[in-house]
Design a protein around this ligand. Structure first.
Ligand SMILES: NC(=O)c1ccc[n+]([C@@H]2O[C@H](COP(=O)([O-])OP(=O)(O)OC[C@H]3O[C@@H](n4cnc5c(N)ncnc54)[C@H](OP(=O)(O)O)[C@@H]3O)[C@@H](O)[C@H]2O)c1
Length: 438
C-alpha cells in the first residue's frame, strides 16, 4: 500500500540523515510495512527529506529522488520534521546535526555506536532537558533488541554482569579458524570477499567496534558514564595452536565484551577469551551476536541474533521510530529518554582482575626451560592446574608450552610473564588468554 492511501488523521514527518546500507533498509521497511506501522504509531509516517553526500549515487528503488538533499539546513530548518534518523555514522557532522535536531525539538533515532559511546550521556541529557526522545536500539547488536531490554524490560532489576559477542566479523573469523584450522589472514581475506569484513578491518578485528558497543551497554546496564578507556584487544594474534589447545582443555575461543558491576567501579574489557564449551555463548557461531545478561533478581538471560546487516538493523531503527513517533502523537515525548540516568564511574584496573589463565610460551626446546617458567610462576604465587608441552622438535627448535593456571591476580601473572620473557628462550611474547566462567 502507498503511504498516501492510508487513511489516518495525522502524519509524523521523518528525515533520514544518510541513505547507505541502513538508510536504504529503513526506507524499504517504511514502505513495505506502512499500514502496519501507521496503526502502531496512530499516524502515518511520511519521509520528508533524505540527506546524502552525493545525490547522483544509485539508491534503493523505494527512495524517491525528490527526497534527496545534500544540504543539512533543509532538514534542520524544516519545522514540519518531527523525527530525524541519524544513519550516517562517525562523529562529525553527525554530532552537531543530532544536537541541533534535539535543540529544535525533534525526536532523534541514531544507529551510531561511536557517537553514543563518546557522547551518549551528554546527548541523552540534552534530549531530556528539551523534552524530546533520543533512541538508539540499532547502535548495539543490529537487530537484537538489547537496548530496549536493558532500558525497559530490566528496569526493575540490577544488572550484575554482561558477557557478549558484539562483533559479527570477529565471531565469523574465530568460528572458521576453529572449524577449519586455517590462519587468521586467510579467513579474513575470505570474509572480506564475502562481505563479512570491511576493506579496512581494523575497527572490527582489533576490538574497537565491540568496545564502543560495550560502553553503550554499560551506560544502560550500570548507569555508567565512563571515566577511562576500556581495555581492548583484538584477534589478530590467535592461531591454530591456540584453538587446538583450547579444545583440548575443554574450551572454545570467543571475542568477548565483558561488563561487571564491581560496586563503585566497573570492570569493562574486550578481548579474546577461553569460554567453556558448555557455555551458551560457545555455540553462537558465524556472524551472529549474543548478549548474556545476568540480573540479580532475574538470573541469566541470553539474546542472540544478527548483529548487523541492512534489514536486521533497519528493524531496530524503525522500532525506535515507532516509539518516538507514538510518544509525540500521544504527547508523551521525552519520557523514555528521561528515565535513563547515568553517573560517572571509574574502571577497575585490569591488574586487579582475578581469573584462571591460559598461558602459552613458544620456547626453544632446551634443558631448563620448563624449570625456569615454573619457578617464575611460583615466585609470583601462580599455581598451574594443567600443563602440556607439545612433542619435542630437533634441538633448538621452537615448541609450544601450554598452561592453565588456578585463579590468579592478573598483575601477578603479568609480572611473571615479564620475568620469563627476560630469560631469553622465548621465540615470541608469551600469550595470555583469560578464561571466562559465567
Ligand atoms: N551497516 C550495518 O550493518 C550497521 C549495523 C548497525 C549499526 N550501523 C550504524 O549505522 C550507521 C550507518 O551505517 P551504514 O552501514 O548504513 O553506512 P553507509 O552505508 O556508509 O551509509 C552512510 C550514509 O550516510 C551518508 N553520509 C555520510 N556522511 C555524510 C555527510 N557528511 N553528509 C551527508 N551524508 C553523509 C552517506 O551518503 P552517500 O550515500 O551519498 O555517500 C550514506 O548515504 C553507522 O553509524 C553504523 O555504525 C550499521
Amino acid at each position: 500500500m502507498e503511504f498516501s492511501k492510508i487513511n489516518t488523521p495525522q502524519r509524523v514527518k521523518v528525515a533520514l540523515l544518510g541513505c547507505g546500507t541502513v538508510g536504504g533498509g529503513v526506507i524499504r521497511l517504511l514502505r513495505d510495512n506502512a499500514e502496519h506501522l501507521a496503526a502502531r504509531v496512530g499516524a502515518e509516517l511520511e519521509i520528508a527529506h533524505v540527506l546524502v553526500r552525493d545525490t547522483s549515487k544509485q539508491r534503493v528503488p523505494e527512495c524517491l529522488p525528490g527526497w534527496l538533499t545534500t544540504d543539512p539546513e533543509v532538514v534542520l530548518n524544516d519545522p514540519s520534521v518531527d523525527v530525524v534518523l541519524e544513519l550516517m555514522g562517525g562523529e562529525h557532522p553527525a554530532k552537531s546535526l543530532v544536537e541541533r535536531a534535539l535543540e529544535s525539538g525533534k525526536g532523534v533515532v541514531s544507529a551510531n555506536k561511536f557517537l553514543l559511546a563518546k557522547h551518549g550521556p551528554a546527548l541523552i541529557a540534552r534530549a531530556a532537558q528539551r523534552g524530546v526522545d533520543l533512541a538508539f536500539e540499532a547502535s548495539v547488536g543490529g537487530g537484537i533488541p538489547v537496548i530496549r531490554t536493558l532500558r525497559d524490560s530490566l528496569t526493575s532489576d540490577w544488572v550484575s554482569s554482561i558477557h557478549a559477542l558484539l562483533n559479527g566479523t570477529c565471531n565469523y573469523i574465530l568460528t572458521r579458524m576453529r572449524q577449519e584450522g586455517l590462519p587468521f589472514e586467510s579467513i579474513l581475506a575470505d570474509a572480506q570477499r564475502l562481505g563479512y569484513a570491511e576493506a579496512d578491518p581494523a575497527l572490527d578485528v582489533d576490538g574497537h567496534d565491540a568496545a564502543q558497543k560495550l560502553v553503550v551497554l554499560a551506560m544502560l546496564a550500570f548507569g555508567a558514564e565512563l571515566v577511562g578507556e576500556v581495555h581492548t584487544e583484538g584477534i589478530r594474534d590467535l592461531d591454530e595452536t591456540d584453538f587446538r589447545f583450547a579444545e583440548r582443555f575443554g574450551f572454545t575461543i570467543k571475542h568477548l565484551a565483558v561488563g561487571i558491576d564491581r560496586g563503585e567501579q566497573l570492570e569493562l574489557r574486550v578481548h579474546p577469551a577461553l569460554v567453556p564449551q558448555a557455555n551458551p555463548l560457545a555455540s553462537i557461531h558465524g556472524v551472529l551476536n549474543g548478549v548474556f545478561i545476568h540480573g540479580r533478581a532475574l538470573g541469566p538471560c541470553l539474546l542472540v541474533g544478527r548483529g548487523a546487516g541492512e534489514m536486521p538493523t533497519a528493524v531496530s531503527v524503525v522500532a525506535d521510530l515507532v516509539d518516538v513517533a507514538r510518544a509525540r502523537v500521544e504527547g508523551a515525548s521525552g519520557l523514555a529518554t528521561r528515565a535513563i540516568r547515568t553517573k560517572k564511574k571509574q574502571l577497575m584496573p585490569l591488574g586487579e582482575l582475578e581469573a584462571r589463565y591460559y598461558l602459552r610460551f613458544d620456547v626453544r626446546d632446551e634443558p631448563g626451560v620448563l624449570g625456569t617458567i615454573a619457578s617464575e610462576l611460583g615466585k609470583h604465587n601462580i599455581s598451574v592446574e594443567q600443563m602440556v608441552q607439545e612433542g619435542r622438535g630437533s634441538p633448538g627448535a621452537t615448541v609450544p608450552v601450554l598452561m592453565i593456571t588456578h585463579r590468579s591476580r592478573e598483575a601477578a601473572v603479568d609480572a611473571a610473564l615479564s620475568a620469563v620473557a627476560k630469560a631469553g628462550f622465548l621465540a615470541r611474547k608469551p600469550r595470555l588468554l583469560r578464561i571466562e566462567e559465567f
